[in-house]
Ligand binder design. Structure first.
Ligand code: PMP
Length: 444
């Protein structure tokens, strides 16, 4: 307010400016002191461990993880490999406009209403059929439509977990899941991972030592590593969770974006009792702004989750659910998926080739069979906190590995590249710039 008065600009302008600074990671909140503008990649004012009431301060760690997303547009000369979604240029504008118009022409009254809080039944029915074709047991009555899969994760966390509970998570894992658990006072215990995903051999000891209430896992094209959990490990994981009576939360955020190799069975399809909650989303396969995700759960959990959804946000937009159902039913979704897979496969190969040609020795890159992300491990003389500002100077950016760890020194030598979001030409130029930043980092 003071700033607005002094500069004679509207308060809204100032608020918007603050919002933008916060979104880009330029604001740092210090509790009891206020908000400070800072360089987004400056080290935190206090070391995270020092600020750790339980087990780390979610307000500092959560905010510092935000640059893992970087989904808001950056200046056009910056090549952004940090985003968490697919390529906006292929979002199906025209086809989706048509189905929305048709819904508005024919069902405007219902589409403008709240609708069923469990989700538009025909969409749940459509999803149940798609999931069943993939071997994932799901009846419409077991499907709850959510505002993106993030809300599904949040509903599960709020319904199943209490402050002080423990969740086993892959290390590294999806940044906003870590922050979600931390904000609720849930302790996350990392499970080591390798090229075949979560190391299930480590589980018996961790289950015995921590008695977790939940295991959160991303078995397909993991965020951030792009890895898939191997089939034997999937079977072993389900067996161990069932034996220990622990619920598995299976986050399948890009499962349909497979470019090679055979699909692997979902954990839910391997379960013998209702111990797996399956979560899916249309954000990556279609577009994130429709905010339609879903979860599949059994009774007696389902009604508890549905009630939580009701008090959390009543419903997910009827207009968008009806439009999405029409989009899937007429076959547009399937066509879009094929288009996305063709393009992303090509972009993955372009990125892998450019990385092999340009990155300095000592970098390790894993080639995923699908999804959106390439995981890069850096040599000891290229720490990511030094690389990041140099990359910005070269007009290229990526997601720091640290966004996906709770607290592990290895994070300093990792980064995630979204290979799907640029044209092939910009992908190559971006990787050349990244390699230049690495060379500069080594020279320093
Ligand atoms: N799970 C994972 C692994 C993700 O990466 C994301 C988004 N980046 C989500 C869930 C949530 O996405 P949405 O709410 O858009 O479905």
């Amino acid at each position: 307010r003071v700033l607005a008065a002094e500069l004679a600009v509207s308060r809204l302008t100032v608020e918007n400016a603050y919002g933008e600074l916060a979104a880009k990671g330029f604001l740092q909140a210090r509790r009891g002191s206020g908000a400070y503008v800072c360089h987004p990649y400056a080290p935190p004012a206090r070391p995270v461990a020092e600020a750790a009431p339980f087990p780390v301060d979610p307000f500092t760690t959560g905010a510092s993880r935000l640059d893992g997303q970087a989904d808001s547009p950056l200046p056009p000369d910056v090549i952004n490999f940090a985003a968490g979604v697919g390529n906006p240029r292929i979002f199906p504008q025209e086809a989706f406009r048509k189905v929305m118009h048709s819904v508005l022409r024919r069902h405007a009254e219902e589409a403008f209403h709240y609708g069923d809080y469990c989700g538009y039944y025909p969409l749940r029915d459509t999803l149940a059929r798609i999931l069943s074709l993939q071997g994932i047991p799901a009846r419409p009555e077991q499907i709850l439509i959510t505002n993106g899969s993030q809300q599904a994760l949040s509903l599960v966390s709020q319904t199943l977990l209490r402050p002080g509970d423990t969740v086993l998570v892959e290390e590294p894992t999806y940044a906003e899941a870590l922050t979600l658990f931390e904000l609720q006072g849930i302790r996350t215990v990392p499970v080591p991972c390798d090229a075949d995903g979560l190391c299930v051999d480590a589980l018996p000891a961790l289950l015995a030592a921590h008695r977790p209430a939940l295991i959160y896992t991303i078995p397909n094209f993991h965020n951030p590593t792009g890895r898939c959990l191997s089939e034997p490990r999937r079977r072993q994981l389900v067996k161990l969770a069932e034996a220990a009576g622990v619920t598995l939360l299976e986050d399948d955020f890009v499962g349909d974006l497979r470019y090679q190799g055979a699909a692997l069975p979902s954990l839910r399809s391997l379960a013998t009792c209702g111990q797996v909650i399956y979560v899916g989303t249309f954000s990556k396969m279609l577009m994130p702004s429709i905010r339609i995700g879903y979860l599949v759960a059994d009774a007696p959990l389902y009604p508890r989750l549905a009630l939580r959804k009701h008090v959390d946000s009543f419903t997910t937009s009827s207009l968008l659910q009806r439009s999405l159902d029409a989009f899937v039913t007429v076959g547009s979704y399937q066509r879009q998926l094929q288009r996305a897979c063709r393009l992303y496969r090509q972009l993955r190969d372009v990125a892998a080739d450019a990385l092999a040609r340009h990155l300095p020795p000592g970098c390790r890159v894993e080639l995923p069979e699908g999804g959106l992300f390439l995981w890069v491990q850096l040599p000891p003389d290229i720490p990511v906190s030094r690389l990041m500002p140099l990359a910005w100077q070269q007009n290229v950016t990526f997601a720091r590995g640290a966004c996906f760890y709770r607290d592990n020194p290895q994070a300093e030598f990792t980064l995630r590249l979204n290979f799907s979001a640029q044209t092939p030409e910009r992908t190559v130029v971006g990787i050349e710039r990244l390699a230049r930043a690495m060379a500069l980092c080594r020279e320093q």
